[in-house]
Design a protein around this ligand. Structure first.
Ligand SMILES: *[C@@H]1O[C@H](CO)[C@@H](O)[C@H](O)[C@H]1NC(C)=O
Ligand SMILES: *[C@@H]1O[C@H](CO)[C@@H](O)[C@H](O)[C@H]1NC(C)=O
Ligand SMILES: *[C@@H]1O[C@H](CO)[C@@H](O)[C@H](O)[C@H]1NC(C)=O
Ligand SMILES: *[C@@H]1O[C@H](CO)[C@@H](O)[C@H](O)[C@H]1NC(C)=O
Length: 587
């Protein structure tokens, strides 16, 4: 009988008495087993804020690459499901799509810390679950937006043995941050750099964690490289201006020759995308120059994080516990600057916004390896459960990612990412509003759903906007998403007409937009209960042409700032039946 260390540990926890547990283990493993019960693993989870993968920010983090990429696995197809801080973090810490958390924005009524609390997640998210599974849990840095100096105690965040949170309106103020420790009053760090402060706090919690008797889960969530926002800008009348981040003094002269990669989609001569993106003006020279500066400030600010990672790993290694600790490095969402003529920001479905770094090092994780399987932020809570040996929850919308575990071979993988967004698009930087005819640093009508799908022979992105505009990009031939195929009748994909491919993608999106639990992981099972279709390739079978052509289409009645299902078109997909819709294909 083969058991993962995690499963063994959960037996130990469940038995709640180590002598009894080892008897039980002995019975299960049998006398010939060579497995020696080992301590359950620790976790250090580092989550940056708005860090891109696509603009190559990781290339400027040599210490992180040395510790986590060379000694760990890089997940090269890792995606977020909502490209905005708060919804993405709530999804990450609950393992659920934003349409199932309904925390879809950064502030009430649709999001932020108050919405997280209202939805009951303060009693029901990863640290709470880990604590009850026997973990000591620690957190420092930004948890959620709208977690403020006024509401931090009503209620306090649950689930942590030690916490020291960045609080609004000072979260993004690099040189005047406010942190709030355990149940103490908030403390202002005016004049000190936020990343320097978090480094001290993180190392302090690491000492506490290493000194404990239980396994630990430590999260370090620096604000870098998010834009700087001064509190005075939030309290004033004018809409918040998000300006370039501020690096530590010792890093501010670095990378003087670096500029944003001049890819085909950087400030292109022709507009691209749909909706408000298609109306963006081409950026003038002064704007491009400022954006290059903005990019350099992000890379410089990340140097503080690179050193933070180095300090944590060095201390962990010195403690002798590195062999039993998983270190996970990621970001809450990606970032674009200048691609598709966009000012700095996230909130879009393009590759820059939804792809983020994911590096994992730990016991049994192969070093210096790139894993290409499609993975998402919704998969991370299930992955941590899996590694810790805790049985998965039914309400997880994700599934453990490929990591060493006895259960791996039987766990379903997926080739799709469900991307969803409601509300505003944010135009960051001092020149962001110049892109907008309304002269505001945000745009309306940024509500859309999409599916990103990567199979052996296809690499597609399909979206439906609240304006009922559509996009389809074939990233095999168009990696920069400049050529929207949706309206071009001539093209063939995978030897099929565009309308045949779109019919499948739309049906898949129809299932995914309201999926729950296992249907988010295996959406084709909803359409094909017989299990004959497991991926897009299978669904393209000619015998299904009529079935897919007759399926209802994803649509919206109008643009809304939040998740109002009644305005989001058909909710249920028709299941395929040999005897029903497509009987003619069967006979
Ligand atoms: C999501 O939250 C908003 C704001 O409270 C609410 O109007 C909406 O009905 C909720 N959606 C669902 C599906 O519960
Ligand atoms: C951490 O919190 C849990 C839950 O309250 C508790 O059982 C555990 O003893 C705490 N650990 C430490 C080191 O205080
Ligand atoms: C820094 O923040 C404190 C509150 O935490 C505030 O009183 C002070 O005015 C701020 N300083 C600056 C320079 O904005
Ligand atoms: C937003 O979309 C609606 C359709 O839902 C449209 O009528 C309106 O003009 C759009 N507003 C802007 C600012 O684009």
């Amino acid at each position: 009988m083969k058991l993962s260390l995690g499963v063994i540990y959960s037996l130990l926890v469940a038995a709640n008495a180590s002598s009894f547990a080892s008897d039980t283990l002995q019975q299960i493993l049998g006398p010939s087993s060579s497995v020696t019960p080992k301590a359950p693993p620790n976790f250090i989870f580092i989550i940056t804020d708005d860090q891109d993968l696509r603009l190559d920010s990781m290339d400027y983090m040599p210490l992180t690459l040395k510790h986590l990429k060379q000694k760990g696995t890089f997940f090269s197809n890792h995606f977020v499901t909502t490209a905005l801080c708060c919804p993405s973090r709530v999804s990450l810490w609950t393992g659920r799509q934003a349409h199932n958390t309904n925390v879809t924005d950064v502030s009430p009524p649709y999001g932020g810390y108050p919405k997280f609390v209202d939805r009951g997640f303060n009693e029901n998210f990863l640290p709470v679950w880990l604590q009850s599974a026997g973990y000591d849990t620690y957190y420092t840095g930004k948890l959620f937006n709208a977690h403020t100096v006024d509401n931090y105690h009503s209620p306090y965040v649950n689930g942590f043995n030690g916490s020291d949170f960045l609080l609004d309106p000072f979260t993004y103020s690099y040189l005047n941050s406010t942190y709030q420790r355990n149940q103490e009053e908030p403390v202002s760090y005016e004049g000190r750099h936020s990343v320097e402060v978090i480094t001290e706090k993180a190392l302090g919690f690491l000492e506490d964690a290493l000194g404990g008797v239980r396994p630990f889960f430590l999260t370090v969530a620096p604000v870098a490289p998010h834009s700087n926002v001064d509190a005075s800008a939030i309290e004033g009348e004018a809409p918040t201006v998000m300006t370039e981040p501020i690096p530590l003094e010792r890093h501010k002269e670095l990378f003087k020759d670096v500029h944003i990669p001049r890819t085909e989609h950087f400030n292109p001569d022709q507009p691209s995308g749909v909706n408000w993106i298609r109306n963006l003006p081409q950026q003038d020279e002064a704007t491009v120059e400022y954006h290059d500066h903005f990019h350099r400030q992000r890379l410089r600010t990340l140097q503080g994080v690179d050193e933070l990672v180095d300090s944590l790993v060095t201390r962990l290694e010195a403690s002798g516990q590195a062999d039993n600790t998983f270190i996970i490095y990621t970001s809450d969402n990606g970032y674009h600057i200048g691609q598709h003529r966009l000012p700095p920001g996230k909130t879009c479905g393009f590759e820059e916004d939804i792809r983020v770094p994911l590096l994992i090092r730990g016991p049994g994780v192969p070093p210096d390896v790139t894993e290409e399987a499609v993975t998402t932020h919704i998969d991370l809570a299930p992955s941590i459960f899996d590694l810790a040996g805790i049985p998965l929850r039914d309400d997880f919308d994700g599934t453990p990612i490929p990591l060493p575990s006895a259960a791996d071979s039987v766990r379903p993988r997926h080739e799709h990412v469900t991307v969803e967004y409601w509300g505003l698009g944010y135009l960051e930087g001092k020149r962001g509003r110049l892109s907008n005819p309304d002269n505001t640093p945000f745009t309306q009508n940024n509500t859309y759903k999409s599916v990103r799908i990567i199979g052996e022979t296809y690499n597609l992105y399909y979206s439906v906007w609240c304006t009922n505009e559509h996009e389809l990009y074939d990233l095999t031939t168009d990696p920069y998403q400049l050529n929207n195929l949706y309206t071009s009748a001539e093209v063939q994909i995978l030897g099929h007409s565009l309308s045949q491919v779109i019919a499948r993608l739309d049906a898949l999106l129809l299932v995914l937009k309201s999926c729950k639990g296992s249907t988010c992981i295996k959406p084709w099972d909803v359409l094909h209960a017989d299990g004959d279709v497991q991926n897009l390739q299978d669904a393209l079978g000619k015998q299904y042409d009529r079935f897919y052509a007759s399926q209802a289409r994803v649509s919206y009645d109008r643009c809304e700032r939040g998740y109002i299902p009644e305005l989001e078109g058909p909710q249920e997909a028709l299941p395929y039946s040999r005897y029903g819709l497509s009987w003619d294909a069967w006979t």
